[in-house]
Design a binder for this molecule. Structure first.
Ligand SMILES: [Zn+2]
Length: 285
């Protein structure tokens, strides 16, 4: 089987100065949100702000103005090659700023959070969108905000519970999928991790496509179950380690595992192909 070689992320050492105010291509209506975003980066010392500083100084940020932007099904977009963000609603700029703050274009490869992309392939998009949405929800959620990528977000959260919040947040802002896999290799083989990432990519592609892939709907249930099986294996291994090292008690072990099964049961119920087909059908009427 063709396998993508996951590359180590380039290290950004410069750009410790925030030159955002000198940038005339950022619409002022976003300044308040940008202040809020920078405050989040400053308050969380484990998040490296280098990629944000590097990219923000010559970024373009504006509301959707072009016809293709207004007509798009997306709420917003970050185009790394042009360092360009547009959003339909101001709130959505946080999601795109997270992409901007975790993006590097280097040696014809586009690193973005936990994804890597070339002209020939993309890998990690599902996990990356899920984790981006989790951070958006964690730091910028307001009541009534619409969240995208729900399934991917819950799966990313389950992965974060295994490797730890600060570690995963730190790796995200360095666009370091390579070391995320290294962290997960404490609990599963490289092949299992690689397959998990690819399955989440396919699942995310089916769920977020503009076209309704009815013929692919049965695979939603199969993919979801297979992904959760992988996470369960990692989870149990981690809990066993924690128990052996006296980090948790027997009761806590059981409690954490029960909570985990509650989440996975809900997901399987919600992402059942039958339920989804009915929901999509209703939306079309
Ligand atoms: Zn996104």
């Amino acid at each position: 089987m063709f396998k993508i070689f996951i590359k180590t992320a380039p290290i950004i050492t410069e750009d410790n100065e925030n030159l955002r105010l000198k940038n005339k291509n950022i619409n002022k209506i976003f300044w308040q949100k940008l202040n809020h975003f920078e405050k989040m980066l400053q308050e969380n010392k484990h998040m490296s702000p280098q990629l944000y500083y590097k990219n923000i100084k010559d970024a373009h940020i504006h509301e959707a103005i072009k016809l293709n932007e207004e007509k798009s099904n997306d709420e917003g977009y970050f185009e790394a090659a042009k360092n360009y963000i547009w959003v339909k609603r101001k709130f959505h700029v946080y999601h795109e700023l997270l992409h901007l703050s975790s993006s590097i274009v280097y040696n014809n490869l586009y690193y973005c959070g936990f994804s890597q992309e070339t002209y020939h392939y993309t890998i990690g998009d599902g996990l990356n969108e899920g984790y981006t949405s989790l951070l958006e929800y964690r730091y910028f959620y307001y009541d009534g905000a619409e969240m995208c990528y729900e399934l991917e977000m819950i799966i990313a959260r389950l992965i974060e519970e295994i490797i730890g919040k600060n570690t995963m947040e730190s790796l995200y802002f360095k666009a370091d999928l390579f070391n995320l896999i290294k962290e997960l290799e404490k609990y599963a083989s490289y092949n299992e991790i690689y397959n998990f990432i690819c399955k989440l990519d396919i699942l995310s592609e089916i769920l977020n496509s503009d076209i309704l892939y009815y013929s692919l709907y049965p695979s939603i249930g199969i993919l979801t179950k297979s992904i959760l099986k992988f996470i369960e294996k990692c989870k149990i291994k981690k809990l066993n380690n924690d128990l052996q090292n006296n980090k948790i008690t027997e009761e806590e072990y059981q409690e954490i595992l029960n909570d985990f099964y509650d989440v996975t049961k809900d997901l399987c119920k919600k992402y059942n192909p039958m339920v989804l087909t009915r929901k999509k059908g209703l939306l079309n009427n």
